[in-house]
Design a binder for this molecule. Structure first.
Ligand SMILES: NC(=O)c1ccc[n+]([C@@H]2O[C@H](COP(=O)([O-])OP(=O)(O)OC[C@H]3O[C@@H](n4cnc5c(N)ncnc54)[C@H](OP(=O)(O)O)[C@@H]3O)[C@@H](O)[C@H]2O)c1
Length: 313
């Protein structure tokens, strides 16, 4: 694999020249963003569309995807944006989603889509998996499988997986990955994000071992609130009151436009190497993306051997 830099010692210095508002051109490339119709994924798609690349919105709702594509085109002249149907809750449908790309190569996929339920009742996908684990982790895991040939056909394909700070305080229960016992929504969400992050790191290790040119990078968007997010009507149209009420939180966290920056950098920056974690530089919660030894990185890495030890027993 050409990207031989170590994943264990990412450098803050490598982030210095990156300007989130002056992205490199990516004409001729194709990027898929899961959940590109809303939230952080929308802004990832909007920012990537500004580079000249073709951006594909992976969405389970064609009307929402159309609205997102219209919004992107209104802000990015000559944007190349289209939609494929993607439902991560339906594992059997994902092969068709990959085929619907109608492309012989894919330069990057951003595994952004995700669900977080607050209700105390455990939910399952139609496939019978706990819904957060099934959608956030298993769906993206299966999608990666079907996209693998397209990513390998790109000169330097990238898999960008969206983690979360919520993962850092969790451990996987390898005897009960789908929380059939003692379900707690926050814990199950955190575990689903931990599973995604571990997948992203392990995928990179296996890609390197196999001599692949594909890189796998993990990102954390920070704390992202709708109330701090710039409007994109009709997708997102906060009231003045909602925006004013959200302002104090801006000291600690950010909006979803800024939360898109780590994933966008992971897709575009040639200095990003596989196995890295990119997150907002200010306490892992807000600000421009960096890959330095922030708390989120240290704590997530600390949880990896714990999982591995459990697996070995
Ligand atoms: N916001 C934060 O503070 C924060 C912090 C850490 C990590 N994250 C992670 O960042 C990612 C985006 O978060 P967000 O705040 O932007 O969330 P969001 O606004 O709720 O958007 C979630 C996206 O996922 C899509 N989605 C949900 N279920 C799906 C399915 N079964 N198949 C395909 N797409 C599906 C949604 O589509 P529909 O519109 O059809 O529902 C939507 O496009 C998530 O992975 C989340 O875990 C967020």
């Amino acid at each position: 694999m050409p990207s031989a830099a170590s994943s264990e010692a990412p450098s803050e210095a490598s982030t210095a020249p990156w300007d989130v508002h002056r992205l490199p051109r990516a004409d001729g490339k194709t990027f898929l963003v899961t959940g590109g119709n809303a939230g952080i994924g929308y802004f990832v798609a909007e920012q990537l569309a500004g580079t000249g690349a073709t951006v594909v919105l992976g969405s389970r709702d064609a009307d929402k995807a159309d609205a997102a594509a219209t919004s992107i085109r209104s802000r990015v002249p000559d944007a190349r944006v289209r939609h494929i149907r993607l439902d991560l809750a339906d594992l059997a449908s994902l092969k068709a989603s990959a085929e619907a790309l109608r492309s012989d190569r894919l330069d990057a996929v951003v595994h952004n889509a995700g669900v977080k339920f607050d209700q105390p009742d455990r939910r399952e996908t139609g496939d019978g998996h706990e819904a957060m684990f099934g959608i956030n982790h298993l769906g993206h895991f299966a999608l990666t499988h079907w996209l693998a040939p397209l990513l390998a056909a790109a000169p330097e394909g990238r898999v960008v997986t969206t983690g979360s700070f919520a993962a850092t305080s969790e451990r996987l229960d390898l005897d009960d990955l789908e929380s059939t016992r003692d379900y707690r929504p926050d814990r199950t969400y955190g575990r689903s994000k931990l599973a995604q992050m571990l997948f992203g790191f392990e995928l990179d290790r296996r890609l390197r071992t196999g001599g692949s040119t594909v890189r796998s990078v993990v990102t954390h968007p920070g704390g992202a609130l709708d109330s701090l997010t710039p409007p994109r009507p009709p997708l997102h149209a906060p009231t003045t009151g909602e925006r004013l009420r959200g302002l104090p939180a801006g000291i600690l966290v950010q909006g979803k436009e800024a939360a898109a920056w780590p994933a966008v950098r992971a897709v575009l920056d040639p200095s990003v190497t596989g196995g890295q974690l990119w997150a907002p530089r200010i306490f892992g919660l807000r600000g421009p993306p960096g890959s330095g030894p922030s708390a989120v990185i240290w704590r997530t890495r600390r949880s990896r051997p714990a999982c591995g030890r459990r697996a070995a027993t």
